[in-house]
Design a protein around this ligand. Structure first.
Ligand SMILES: [Zn+2]
Length: 264
């Protein structure tokens, strides 16, 4: 029972962070400050607490603004639920590790969700979110290993993450240069550094493979429904980020399953 309360607490915490991320995405595009009260993007009326409860406000208002009755984007509840679900998965998988690692993963999740939604909406990866994230993950990997840095294993562990970032980024840089930026944006080249630093080797390979796999499935579905032609642009960062989350949570299982599959 106590566990259930704890999980519920993490879920609610994720909803609130998700609500904040929606605000970050909106204000990043409008180049507004993060401070200041929330308001309706249509009628600009300031929203009081009744209209700011994640999910519930959306449901009670039937997805419309309480003042002008204009539709609220489905992005708002979706981002809140996605953030909450990933927080719960992180809590469930990494419960045994230390609190700093949990906070680190919550931060990484938040940054990646902002990048995912932003790229999906505006076909752009915001450097103001990406660069601090690369900086923080780099120093986390450095300090994580600093106590065992006297040993070879500590150095190797750190080099592993740096190597993963360089390999992933180099791979996308190659695609970027060969296609003259047509198949892949330069934002993806920069994003790959972050994803490599998060996953390390060999997990980054799982993440990249999954990204292309997800991308192919969605691409085929969109073509079947004639939504997008072969030449139309589909942002790739969302797939990279979904691949990264999957590899972060179940990468080892996927590798085990795959090697088992190869042997038998
Ligand atoms: Zn309104």
């Amino acid at each position: 029972m106590a566990w259930l309360v704890l999980y519920l607490f993490i879920f609610l915490f994720g909803l609130i962070i998700g609500s904040f991320l929606n605000c970050v995405i909106y204000r990043l595009e409008k180049e507004e400050k993060l401070t200041g009260r929330s308001y309706c993007p249509h009628c600009k009326k300031t929203l009081n607490w009744k209209y700011l409860i994640p999910i519930f406000s959306f449901l009670f208002l039937w997805g419309r603004c309480g003042f002008c009755k204009k539709k609220i984007s489905i992005q708002y509840p979706l981002v809140e639920i996605l953030t909450a679900l990933i927080f719960v998965i992180i809590f469930n998988i990494f419960l045994a590790s230390n609190l700093i690692y949990l906070v680190f993963l919550f931060y990484i999740t938040s940054a990646l969700i902002v990048i995912l939604v932003y790229d999906l909406k505006y076909y752009l990866i915001p450097d103001t979110v990406l660069f601090p994230a690369i900086f923080i993950v780099f120093f986390y990997r450095l300090f994580e290993n600093i106590f065992i840095f006297q040993s070879t294993s500590g150095i190797l562990h750190f080099v592993n993450y740096i190597g993963a970032g360089l390999i992933a980024s180099g791979f996308f840089l190659l695609i970027f240069l060969i296609s003259k930026g047509n198949w892949m944006g330069f934002g993806d080249v920069k994003l790959a550094i972050l994803l490599g630093l998060i996953l390390g080797l060999p997990n980054i390979l799982v993440g990249l493979f999954l990204a292309f796999f997800f991308g192919a499935i969605i691409g085929i579905i969109l073509m079947l429904f004639n939504k997008k032609g072969l030449k139309s642009e589909i942002p790739f960062a969302p797939f990279l980020i979904l691949g990264t989350f999957t590899a972060l949570f179940w990468g080892q299982e996927i590798i085990n399953w795959y090697t088992h599959f190869l042997i038998y």
